[in-house]
Design a protein around this ligand. Structure first.
Ligand code: B16
Ligand code: MG
Length: 215
């Protein structure tokens, strides 16, 4: 029986995944590589530095740690230019309704984002108080596909992993949820998120009954 629901942030609650893509694409362009949307799938859910390493591999470029840190910082400044202008209207349709219905039946709700900018995004969206626990990229040692972030969130919301469902838009996130022994609903393409228990194109396609059916 499902007792807890864990939301990813970027790409599930709001389209910051697109802002990450625009910022990485700009950086890749400066490095002489055209970053495609398909390649961008590999950057979703993983840490900033891991994302940069993927891009450097694609561009066949090798750099020292100091240079890499400089590039990662640059991307983060561009990303912050986008998120500082965000407001609650950018929350995806269906998110408020889903959160309200989970609360109504007493499910515990957590947020697990690999992003070190998650608190800024949540503040801009004014939904920090909608979660019983928030775990972000600054609080973990290993990012998705490692299960650490979901196991930590489950513990904080007080629900056994087996009774949790994760909502994710990244392949690495789906793998992390499954490795944590949780159910997973993918948001996006079946081709990329096919390992999830269910996949829907949009967050608004999910309702309380979707979660109940997984239990
Ligand atoms: P930052 P999520 C992830 O957030 C993004 O999907 C991923 O593309 C990004 O590289 C990662 O956060 C780190 O973000 O540079 O802001 O620390 O999808 O787990 O909410
Ligand atoms: Mg995501």
């Amino acid at each position: 029986m499902i007792k807890g629901c864990i939301f990813d942030l970027d790409g599930v609650i709001v389209d910051t995944a697109h802002y990450h893509y625009l910022a990485w694409k700009r950086l890749a362009h400066e490095l002489g590589h055209h970053l495609t949307e398909m390649e961008n799938e590999k950057l979703k859910g993983v840490s900033r530095m891991e994302s940069l390493n993927v891009i450097l591999d694609l561009a066949s470029i090798s750099l020292n740690e100091e240079h890499k840190q400089m590039l990662a910082n640059k991307k983060n400044i561009w990303f912050n230019d986008y998120i500082e202008r965000m407001d609650p209207n950018e929350i995806f349709p269906g998110v408020h309704e889903l959160l309200a219905s989970l609360k109504e039946v007493g499910l515990r709700v957590g947020l697990a984002s690999s992003s070190r900018n998650a608190q800024t995004v949540l503040r801009q969206l004014r939904i920090q108080n909608q979660f019983h626990a928030i775990i972000d990229g600054s609080m973990i040692r290993h990012t998705k596909p490692d299960p650490e972030i979901f196991l930590m969130t489950a513990e904080r919301i007080g629900v056994q992993p087996v009774s949790c469902v994760v909502i994710e838009d990244a392949e690495a996130g789906v793998e992390a949820a499954l490795a944590a022994g949780m159910k997973c609903i993918g948001i996006g393409s079946d081709l990329i998120l096919g390992k999830a228990h269910k996949v829907f194109p949009k967050t608004s396609d999910i309702s309380l009954s979707t979660l109940v059916e997984l239990g």
